[in-house]
Design a protein around this ligand. Structure first.
Ligand SMILES: [Zn+2]
Length: 325
């Protein structure tokens, strides 16, 4: 697959977004929805960061330095409460909702009205965060922590499929491993859900030797991840004399684009770091990076400076201001 380069970009869901929250409903209005993809030749360069979805996702608030290091889709994984989720939708659009209206405007764009359910939004975030956690571990290769993977699989498994006995299965022999279903069965049973359940069962079973548990969990987790990513497959787009892969950006929301970036990070075996300052996730482009953004890295440097120079700084302060502690 060729990198999309700068010639074609995925447009933002909408150029201006308004969200009204009413109990569990998010009424999202988007002005300036463009049916993508966009050829960069057609856009004013100044307007590119407003129109390019991935660029806008990477630019957090006012930070514009080194945009390739911004956490992008990981902001969604880190939106662990309603306030953060709603803020995310306000900035980027609905993750996935029901289209209520679609009005073509005279400038060629569309005004959209989408209803997103907060309960589904929360659940979608959980699954996405679970996928991020699995990628984070799998991309560490030999250092992958199976307990972390298991905790992510527990989240991916829908609550009604969670068997409390899975967590500490005291059966001496594991149940027969069911083969991957085909045909009609396949439609009813998601591979991701089945393999999450299987991994939890193997992990908790007394009948599986401890040394076999980690490789078994990893095999299942890879299957789970492939299935989740396959559910959000990109599409092929002809560009000049080539064909490239891009996410679809439908009226319903930005979910496909979020998984698209995750897919790229998984395939590139990119390390996903946890910011030591804010706890957010970010793709690691340079080994040893400890902060997710310029602001967090500066804060960490300041903390480090304070720790190592605390005594000297205080001594100087006392000298300057005698009588103060
Ligand atoms: Zn941070």
């Amino acid at each position: 697959m060729k990198e999309q380069g700068n010639r074609v970009v995925s447009p933002v869901w909408a150029q201006r977004i308004d969200v009204k929250v009413e109990e569990d409903s998010l009424w999202v209005t988007g002005w300036g929805h463009i049916y993508g993809p966009l050829s960069t030749g057609e856009i004013d360069r100044k307007n590119l960061s407003n129109l390019d979805f991935f660029r806008r996702l990477r630019l957090r608030q006012s930070e514009v330095r080194r945009p390739e290091e911004r956490s992008g889709v990981y902001q969604y994984a880190d939106a662990t409460d309603d306030e953060k989720l709603i803020d995310f939708v306000k900035r980027f659009g609905p993750v996935w909702g029901r289209v209520l209206s679609r009005n073509p405007e005279s400038n060629g764009t569309t005004t959209l009205m989408v209803l997103e359910n907060l309960i589904q939004l929360r659940r979608g975030q959980e699954i996405f965060a679970g996928a991020v956690k699995i990628i984070r571990e799998l991309n560490r290769n030999a250092k992958a922590d199976p307990a972390e993977i298991v905790s992510a699989l527990k989240i991916i498994l829908p609550p009604n499929m969670r068997n409390p006995s899975c967590e500490a299965n005291m059966e001496d022999t594991p149940k027969v491993i069911p083969p991957i279903p085909t045909g009609v069965d396949f439609v009813g049973n998601g591979i991701a859900e089945r393999f999450s359940a299987l991994a939890l069962e193997l992990w908790g079973s007394k009948g599986v030797p401890e040394s076999d548990k980690k490789p078994a969990v990893i095999i299942c987790a890879r299957q789970v991840l492939c299935d989740l990513l396959n559910r959000h497959a990109p599409v092929l787009v002809p560009v000049e004399n080539e064909v490239i892969e891009l996410p679809v950006m439908p009226n319903e929301g930005i979910m496909e684009a979020l998984y698209f970036q995750l897919r790229l990070d998984f395939l590139a075996q990119r390390l996903i770091g946890t910011c030591l300052n804010c706890g957010g996730h970010f793709p690691v482009f340079r080994r040893g990076t400890k902060g997710c953004s310029t602001a967090c890295r500066t804060a960490l440097r300041n903390q480090k400076y304070w720790k190592t120079h605390k005594k000297a700084v205080n001594r100087n302060r006392r000298k300057k201001h005698p009588g103060r502690k």
